[in-house]
Design a binder for this molecule. Structure first.
Ligand code: NAI
Length: 404
């Protein structure tokens, strides 16, 4: 592989045009494909590119990764990275990026809308009005002002919901397993039980991990205040749907808004079936919490920016499969980037090359995981070609390149 790789990028699956614009403004040549290319198609295409942008439908298999000598980075212009053989990419020294937080605000806004919609039974009244029924009554309709919102999981989305809800006059409490800085007047509570028993609205913003599977079941629902509302826009496995159905039918809960389900249709063509269908004051949405045009654009910018930083200066911060390094470039130096197998003695070999060349190292940073090491080294420019050449020839070097 060349020490100065070509600057071509391939974006597939109709990635938002802002990504192409962003990368072209930075001097890259960008090719677009609207479909998700097959394994064989990618194997043919990839020798021309240093970076590949995909969405959720393009499968990046070990076979594709093994066939490529040029690819430096893959960007998943979406949240998930299950479609990529991450470990195989790591072993080839290919950094994979995604955009986990570009849709944070979109989810938070949906939750705010749902709180008001539940409080005013908007879903049911809207349906009835469409059917010609006129249900003008204040019974069971409430303002959200002054009510208690309990947020479970005070991370990126939970904390955004917190700020928006306070501005509408809700009192915010939250429960998180990690100590978090409360924003505004939000108040942490010591247990999930306390949160459930004191909130008028409970909204879930936890990750899908073994500890959160079935986190809200019969017992937890029974702890919620009578007439309270539940919102779940996190993951479908967090709530036991059958228990929720019972809590709604018994009128213990006044309503719920659910955006994520234990089993979701794989595409818009598949039928959606849920035991929650047909129940009063139940808002069901097809996992659209993060699906906004703004989020798509933000994803385009976030991943393009990761490409730019990785290709231009070797910064791997945010990579999901790769040691994270973020070192500002020192003026007047050349930067050598080397990915190697993390085995004893590699660094010694690299240092021998440096001392044999009589080179002066201006800055050096090594980050490792169990399999690979990522070395970022700033050297005087006149030494860079020679050093990079010898380092690239080491038996345990995977990728070596010069970025400036
Ligand atoms: P995050 O990682 O920023 O925050 C999650 C928080 O939950 C962290 O503060 C963590 O400490 C906390 N937590 C973990 N286990 C917990 C437990 N057992 N009890 C209480 N707190 C716990 O994640 P982010 O970005 O806020 O996303 C939250 C959820 O929203 C994720 O499940 C994500 O998949 C989902 N999501 C849903 C979308 C949709 O379209 N509906 C779009 C984007 C994200």
């Amino acid at each position: 592989m060349s020490l100065h790789p070509k600057q071509n990028i391939l974006l597939v699956e109709n990635i938002h045009p802002i990504a192409k614009e962003f990368l072209e403004n930075d001097g890259y040549h960008v090719d677009l494909l609207s479909h998700a290319p097959s394994e064989d198609e990618l194997i043919k295409l990839l020798p021309n590119y240093v970076a590949l942008g995909i969405r959720s439908k393009t499968e990046i298999t070990s076979r594709i990764l093994e066939s490529t000598e040029h690819l430096l980075s893959i960007g998943a212009f979406c949240i998930g990275t299950n479609q990529i053989a991450l470990n195989a990419a790591r072993k080839k020294g290919i950094a994979v990026f995604n955009a986990p937080h570009s849709n944070t605000r979109s989810v938070a806004e949906l939750v705010i809308a749902e709180m008001i919609a539940l409080s005013r039974q908007l879903g049911d009244r809207n349906t009835k009005a469409h059917q010609g029924e006129w249900i003008k009554s204040a019974e069971g309709s409430k303002e959200v002002r002054g009510k208690v919102l309990g947020i479970v999981g005070y991370g990126h989305i939970g904390s955004q919901v917190s700020i928006l809800a306070e501005s509408m006059g809700l009192k915010v409490i939250f429960f998180d397993t990690v100590k978090k800085l409360p924003l505004g007047n939000a108040r942490p509570v010591p247990s999930l039980e306390e949160l459930l028993s004191t909130s008028d609205f409970v909204t879930l913003h936890v990750p899908e991990i073994p500890e959160t599977k079935n986190m809200i079941g019969e017992k937890e629902l029974s702890l919620m205040k009578k007439g309270a509302h539940l919102i779940n826009a996190s993951r479908g496995t967090v709530v036991v749907i059958e228990a929720l159905v019972e809590a709604l039918k018994s009128k213990h809960l006044a309503g719920c808004a659910i955006d994520v389900f234990p089993i979701e249709p794989a595409s818009n063509k598949e039928k959606f079936v849920s035991p929650l269908q047909g129940l009063n004051n139940v808002i069901l949405t097809p996992h659209i919490g993060g699906s906004t045009e703004e989020a798509q654009k933000a994803i385009g910018i976030e991943v393009a920016e990761s490409f730019r930083r990785f290709l231009n200066i070797g910064s791997s911060s945010g990579a999901v499969n790769f040691p994270n390094v973020d070192l500002p470039l020192k003026k007047g130096t050349s930067r050598i980037l080397n990915v190697h197998k993390n085995e004893p003695g590699v660094l010694g070999e690299i240092n021998t090359i440096i001392s044999n060349a009589g080179a002066n190292i201006e800055g050096q940073f090594l980050s490792t995981d169990e399999e690979i090491g990522y070395l970022v080294m700033d050297v005087q420019s006149h030494h860079s070609e020679e050093l990079a050449f010898h380092i690239s020839k080491l038996s345990r070097s995977i990728r070596t390149r010069i970025v400036s």
